[in-house]
Design a binder for this molecule. Structure first.
Ligand SMILES: [Ca+2]
Ligand SMILES: [Ca+2]
Ligand SMILES: [Ca+2]
Length: 463
C-alpha cells in the first residue's frame, strides 16, 4: 500500500510549491526477466489445460499488468499486430500454427506495445501502440478484447493508446479443452516473458513485470485512472498474480476463480539467472526512499531544491532536470552525488542559479543507481500565483463545491480527507468544475487540483 501526504509550503507572498512523500507498508516484489532464450528458460509457464484453468479466458477479456523496461534492452523493431511474435514477448498464449479456437500475444516492438489476436486462420487482429513504454518507468498496460466484434484496445497508463478495427476474430478464443498438440510443453500454457515455442526470430522480454490480472470482462471502455495499489479479486477476475512471493519458483494465482488456481512455474536459467525476484514494484519504494522533494524561489531569484533520502541502496547520483510549461522536454542542469548506502536520513540541496524568470518551472530528479538503472522523482513546480487563478467556493461548503479555472483546459481534482486518504477523483474541462460534497462527513478536506501541469493544493471545510 502506498500512502501520500500532501503539504503546501508558502514562501513569501507570491511563490509556492508542491512537495511529496512516499511510504510503503508491506514488502512488494516483481519478476525481473533478462531476455534469455531459447531452451525454455527465463519465463513463467502457467498450465491452462488438462485440466482447463480459469486463466484460459474465452470471450471478452481484459489482460492488464505493470511493466518496467530500460531503454535499449528490448530490440524488436516490428510493430504490427500480425508480427507480435517477432517482438520481445511479454505474454504468449499462442498455438503453433492456427489455433482451432484462437490464440494471442502481447509484446514490445519499436518500443511500443503490440497485441495480436487470431481465431483459427482468420488473419490477425490487433494493434501497435503509440506510446513509448521502455523508458525506465513503470507503466500500467491494459488490453481489452471484445468477443462480439473482434475489437482489441490497448490502454497505456489508463489512456487509450490504440484501437483495432472490427474483425472476424470473434467468439471463443480459449485453448480448446483437451486439444491434442505436437507441442505439449508449450501450446497448453500461458507463458510470461518469452516466446513459448522458442520460435526462430522471436525475441524475449527484458524488464520487470508485476501485478498481472486476467478478467473475463471488458473492464475499460474509456480512459481511467491507473490503479495506485495492488488489485483485489472479484467475480470477473479469472487469474491474479501479485508476484510477491519473493522466493521459490511458484507464482500463485490469488483470484480464487472457480476451477483454479492457475498457478505458474518460474523456468529459471541464463546468466544472470532469470526470471529473478526483484524488490522493485510500481507500489514499492524505489531503491532510494526519497522524501520531501520541494522547490522554491529565493528572494534573489534563484530556485532552491531540497530533498531527503530515508534510505539508499546502491544510489549513485541525482541528476537535476528542469522543464518549462511551453517546452516539456527535460534539460539536465546539474548533478549531486549520492552517499550510496545509508539507513539514515540524509539531506540534499541544489540551487538553480540561472532559472528562467517569470514563467512556471518544473523540476525532477533522475535517480541513478550503481547498477546503471534509473528512476525519476515526482515533478515539483515553481509557479507564480499570477500565472493562473483558481477559485474554490463556497468555503466552508455544505453541498456542492465549485471550482473556477482561468481557462478551459482539462483539469483533475482529487479530494483527500484529513488522514491523507483519497476520497474521490473528478476530471473535466472548461472554466467550471463542481464536486458534490453532500455525502462527505463534516471536517477538513484537501483538494489537489491539476491543470496544464500546474498543481494547486487547497483546503476546504465541510460543515
Ligand atoms: Ca498461432
Ligand atoms: Ca480451455
Ligand atoms: Ca508485486
Amino acid at each position: 500500500m502506498v500512502c501520500y501526504f500532501l503539504r503546501l509550503v508558502l514562501v513569501g507572498a507570491i511563490f509556492y510549491c508542491f512537495s511529496w512523500w512516499g511510504m510503503v507498508s508491506a514488502q512488494e516484489y516483481s519478476l525481473r526477466f533478462y531476455g534469455h532464450g531459447p531452451t525454455d528458460i527465463d519465463r513463467v509457464k502457467i498450465p491452462i489445460d488438462a485440466p482447463h484453468r480459469p486463466a484460459d479466458v474465452s470471450h471478452n477479456f481484459t489482460i492488464e499488468f505493470w511493466m518496467r523496461a530500460q531503454p535499449g534492452d528490448n530490440t524488436a523493431t516490428v510493430c504490427a499486430a500480425d508480427q507480435w511474435y517477432y517482438g520481445n514477448i511479454i505474454i504468449d498464449r499462442d498455438i503453433f500454427g492456427g489455433g482451432d479456437y484462437g490464440d494471442y500475444g502481447i509484446a514490445l516492438g519499436n518500443r511500443r506495445i503490440i497485441v495480436g489476436v487470431e481465431v483459427g486462420n482468420n488473419g490477425t487482429t490487433g494493434v501497435c501502440g503509440t506510446t513509448i513504454v521502455d523508458d525506465g518507468n513503470w507503466h500500467h498496460i491494459a488490453v481489452t478484447r471484445n468477443a462480439s466484434n473482434g475489437v482489441v484496445r490497448l490502454f497505456v497508463d489508463g489512456v487509450v493508446d490504440a484501437t483495432s478495427s472490427t474483425s472476424s476474430n470473434t467468439g471463443n478464443i480459449s485453448y480448446r479443452d483437451g486439444r491434442p498438440t505436437s507441442y505439449p510443453s508449450s501450446d497448453p500454457y500461458l507463458v510470461l516473458g518469452a516466446e513459448k515455442h522458442d520460435y526462430p526470430g522471436s525475441l524475449y522480454y527484458k524488464g520487470w513485470l508485476d501485478e498481472l490480472r486476467i478478467s473475463n470482462t471488458i473492464r475499460y471502455s474509456a480512459n481511467f485512472t491507473p490503479p495506485s495499489s495492488p488489485f483485489t479479486t472479484d467475480a470477473n477476475t479469472m487469474a491474479l498474480y501479485h508476484f510477491n512471493e519473493g522466493t521459490g519458483t511458484i507464482v500463485n494465482d490469488v483470484s480464487m476463480a472457480t476451477g483454479g488456481p492457475s498457478n505458474g512455474t518460474l523456468m529459471v536459467g541464463g546468466v544472470p539467472p532469470g526470471p529473478a525476484w526483484s524488490s522493485m514494484s510500481p507500489f514499492a519504494a524505489q531503491p532510494v526512499e526519497l522524501d520531501a522533494f520541494s522547490a522554491y524561489r529565493t528572494p534573489d531569484g534563484s530556485v532552491r531544491l531540497f530533498w531527503k533520502t530515508l534510505s539508499e541502496t546502491g544510489t549513485e547520483s541525482f541528476i537535476v532536470q528542469r522543464s518549462t510549461h511551453t517546452d516539456l522536454s527535460w534539460k539536465t542542469i546539474g548533478r549531486v552525488a549520492a552517499h550510496g548506502f545509508s539507513q539514515e536520513v540524509l539531506q540534499y540541496r541544489f540551487t538553480d542559479t540561472d532559472p528562467i524568470a517569470n514563467i512556471p518551472l518544473y523540476y525532477r530528479l533522475e535517480i541513478k543507481d550503481l547498477d546503471g538503472s534509473q528512476a525519476y522523482s515526482p515533478v515539483v513546480s515553481v509557479i507564480t500565483q499570477a500565472d493562473k487563478i483558481l477559485n474554490i467556493s463556497p468555503n466552508p461548503f455544505s453541498k456542492d463545491l465549485n471550482f473556477q479555472f482561468a481557462d478551459t483546459s482539462p483539469w483533475s481534482i482529487q479530494i483527500y480527507n484529513a488522514l491523507g486518504q483519497l476520497i474521490l477523483t473528478h476530471r473535466g474541462y472548461g472554466e467550471r468544475g463542481q464536486i458534490s460534497g453532500e455525502h462527505l462527513r463534516p471536517g477538513l478536506y484537501i483538494a489537489l487540483i491539476e491543470q496544464d501541469g500546474f498543481r494547486w493544493v487547497l483546503k476546504a471545510v465541510k460543515n
